[in-house]
Design a protein. Structure first.
Length: 278
């Protein structure tokens, strides 16, 4: 019985090792290509056939020498991501907390509305969101990107499910001790929600950092566009700057890797706890 269990564990380990290799293969190809001239990509495509005569740091030198607006794009994406993730996590947690811990008239109907909004493709909402952004005079500003998505239905649903698994006895005990409703949320519930904040922080961080369509519509000034839009602008009918595109794409992965490494210890706990009620 023990030998069968060991064989099963070994097979499972090999399976996940293969899956991890397949997942990391595009990143490895991108990293190798970033040290080659852009013409090599057009001639030979992405591959691991390394010709050391063509390998150099020229792409990264060109990226860092300040001759292009890459770091304006990088800074814009970084600021927007930090602000959007912070506000979206906090406000979505507030809404999810209200749905999970309070009973009020129309609660179920409102939560159904949240679920319905989750099912609507973003593309359908682009025109009304664009008109709303013009009316708010936030076109070509970072708030034009942030405000329409400042409360995310996916995060509201997740926080509601997560908090539904926390006993209300915590709230009753805090009220008996004289804690205010705001005090209960900030001093008791937020510390208990750290795994869910970590899980959703990674999710929302990836969404904000990789967002392309809406920032492309809102931003009009070259130095204000975000990194995905900026990298896409390097591909034009008049010429493609693959040298900066390859090195810039490789360098753009770093914030997401840092985000995941910092919060990975909470990630599994947060994702599993969010689907349990009781």
């Amino acid at each position: 019985m023990k030998s069968k269990k060991n064989v099963y564990s070994a097979l499972l380990f090999c399976f996940f090792l293969v899956v991890a290799g397949i997942t990391l293969l595009p990143l490895a190809l991108l990293a190798v290509a970033s040290f080659r001239p852009g013409t090599e990509l057009m001639r030979n495509g992405l591959n691991f056939n390394i010709d050391f005569a063509t390998v150099s740091l020229n792409n990264y030198v060109q990226l860092f020498n300040g001759s292009n607006p890459y770091f304006y794009w990088y800074k814009n994406s970084l600021v927007i991501t930090i602000v959007q993730v912070s506000l979206t996590l906090f406000l979505s947690a507030c809404v999810g907390y209200g749905f999970a811990m309070y009973d009020f008239k129309g609660k179920n109907l409102l939560f159904i509305c949240v679920l319905v909004v989750m099912m609507i493709p973003t593309e359908i909402l682009l025109l009304p969101l664009y008109r709303m952004t013009i009316a708010m005079n936030t076109i070509d500003t970072m708030w034009g990107i942030i405000l329409p998505y400042i409360v995310a239905p996916m995060l509201v649903f997740f926080f509601r499910q997560y908090l539904s698994g926390i006993p209300r006895d915590f709230l009753d005990a805090a009220r008996v001790d004289g804690c205010t409703e705001y005090g209960i949320f900030f001093r008791i519930m937020i510390p208990l929600m750290r795994p869910s904040f970590a899980a959703m922080g990674i999710y929302q961080g990836m969404q904000s950092w990789n967002s392309f369509l809406w920032p492309m519509i809102v931003m009009r000034t070259a130095n204000k566009i975000t990194l995905p839009v900026g990298l896409a602008s390097l591909m034009t009918p008049y010429g493609n700057n693959y040298d900066i595109l390859l090195a810039g794409s490789c360098f753009a992965i770093i914030p997401i890797l840092i985000l995941f490494v910092c919060f990975q210890s909470y990630f599994i706990d947060g994702m599993t706890a969010g689907g349990v009620k009781g």
